[in-house]
Design a protein around this ligand. Structure first.
Ligand code: NAD
Length: 464
């Protein structure tokens, strides 16, 4: 066997699902996922997993205790592993040098130092976290500066392209796997060993190998391109609202061109999630540091348009409600940053809710998967006042109770269950006039208008 034991440091949205699938597909390999967060590990070992991801439960239950383990004993897992994935969070920090915001690699650094302390044999260390270009060099500097006799390291870059909400399917049926390494004999050997793991279920033709720096940059580039498509269609949605063009028709017309393709062309309230903004900021920072201000400005626009879209949408809500939402009760349907996940990081719903609260509104919030405590935590952080949030925000177990006696509904997440709601029943229970602001373009606006709602969808003239 090429690799007998794998350790993954970081049991989050990436480390957990990725290593569960590796354990499923490589039954002869022992996979240990470790985290310093005791509560998270306790949940990985319990019935209710710490993250919601379709299909994840089944995979974990099949492998847990056989060849898949979750533990807080980071040192032991490092010690025994042949291959170590670093899958810790890489948040954004504000830089003191006036060059904006960049990836904070403090967790990656502390893991590298721990590996250097603990390792007592040959280790392949794999960057799974999204990192700036050249991060592998910094990791290698730490490892080699603290290298003990009899220990050798190879660093690989193996960025993760999964999408939350479809992570298991993405992992099982990956478009590609990317592995970057040093262009030395040892580097190539390490790449081959990691290829061996993926080849258990991914055809070799879909495993791309390259040098470390191309691999690191490709991850940032992939997210920047995806976010750029969303900002592009969102920018056009504003043009549609002033001209009578319909953004759905425009998306269809351009998306059927095979050179463009139809994915990631849904106009919306804006993108969220822990990655897009962070990774673009990371790219912008690198460009600034390389003295490429024009390139930095180009990518910064993707974020600026996203901010503009969130603000434009929320202003529309307020303007439509007679320019005041003071003490009006408004329903927010959906709080996760996208459907099929309970993750709220950078969710547009947080921006919308905070702005409405700042304007004096009271909110009824419902999301099928987000924990209530998480919503309170996010809004407390956003508004800076726990008391204000407690007083003004109510959470509900379903969309019907969340919309009773409210003035307006704001759809922030594209959950499938919202499409099939009985809007006649909802309309009857609401204050009149009743408004719906569809931030995800999932509802049938004509049907809703016929019921009596004032409907506002993105990218149509009614949003003016
Ligand atoms: P996460 O916050 O869900 O998980 C990271 C985990 O690392 C946390 O549980 C944290 O406790 C743990 N951790 C941090 N420092 C540690 C240490 N020293 N020892 C042990 N555990 C430690 O983050 P995530 O969403 O899984 O993302 C991880 C990385 O993958 C990030 O770089 C992210 O940009 C990247 N990524 C995320 C996604 C996504 O959809 N979430 C997709 C692709 C790539």
């Amino acid at each position: 066997m090429v690799i007998e034991k794998i350790c993954c440091i970081g049991a989050g949205y990436v480390g957990g699902p990725t290593c569960s699938v590796i354990a499923l597909k490589c039954p002869e390999v022992k996979v240990t996922v470790v985290d310093k967060n005791k509560e998270r590990i306790k949940q990985w070992n319990a019935d209710k997993l710490p993250i919601y991801e379709p299909g994840l439960d089944k995979v974990v239950k099949e492998c847990r205790g056989k060849n898949l383990f979750f533990s807080v004993d980071v040192e032991s897992a490092i010690e025994e592993a042949d291959l170590i994935f670093i899958s810790v969070n890489t948040p954004t920090k504000t830089c003191g040098n006036g060059k904006g915001r960049a990836a904070d690699l403090k967790y990656v650094e502390s893991v590298a130092r721990l590996i250097a302390d603990v390792a007592a044999g040959d280790k392949i260390v794999v960057e799974k976290s999204t990192v700036p270009v050249k991060a592998a060099e910094s990791i290698m500097n730490i490892l080699r500066a603290n290298q003990k006799p009899g220990v050798s390291y190879q660093i690989l870059s193996n960025p993760e392209f999964l999408s939350e909400g479809t992570a298991i399917d993405n992992l099982l049926n990956a478009d590609r796997v990317l592995i970057g390494g040093e262009e030395t004999k040892e580097g190539q050997l390490a790449i081959e060993k990691l290829c061996w793991i993926y080849e258990h279920w991914i055809p070799r033709s879909k495993i791309l190998t390259t040098n470390t720096w191309s691999s690191e940059l490709s991850k940032l580039a992939a997210n920047a391109f995806l976010a750029q498509r969303i900002s592009s269609i969102n920018s056009l949605s504003a043009v549609c609202e002033f001209t009578g063009a319909n953004v759905s028709e425009v998306a269809k017309a351009i998306g059927t061109d095979t050179r463009i393709g139809n994915k990631f062309l849904n106009a919306s309230v804006g993108f969220g999630g822990s990655c897009f903004q962070k990774d673009i900021l990371n790219l912008v920072y690198i460009c600034e540091c390389l003295n490429l201000p024009e390139v930095a400005a180009y990518w910064q626009q993707v974020i600026d348009i996203n901010e503009y879209q969130k603000s434009r949408f929320t202003s529309k809500v307020i303007e439509s409600l007679f320019n005041t939402v003071t003490d009006k009760r408004i329903s927010i349907l959906g709080f996760a940053f996208k459907k099929d996940t309970g993750d709220t990081r950078e969710s547009p719903a947080i921006y919308v809710a905070k702005t409405l609260l700042d304007e004096g509104a009271k909110l009824n919030i419902y999301d099928p998967k987000v924990e209530h405590a998480q919503i309170f935590e996010d809004l407390t952080y956003a508004t800076g006042s726990k008391e204000y949030v407690k007083e003004r925000v109510s959470l509900f177990p379903n969309a019907y109770s969340a919309t009773e006696k409210t003035h307006a509904i704001v759809v922030c997440t594209e959950w499938d269950e919202f499409i099939t709601l009985d809007f006649r029943k909802i309309y009857d229970g609401m204050m009149k006039p009743a408004y719906i602001f569809d931030g995800r373009m999932i509802l049938d606006d004509e049907k809703l208008s016929k019921i009596g709602f004032h409907v506002h969808t993105i990218g149509k003239r009614n949003m003016r």
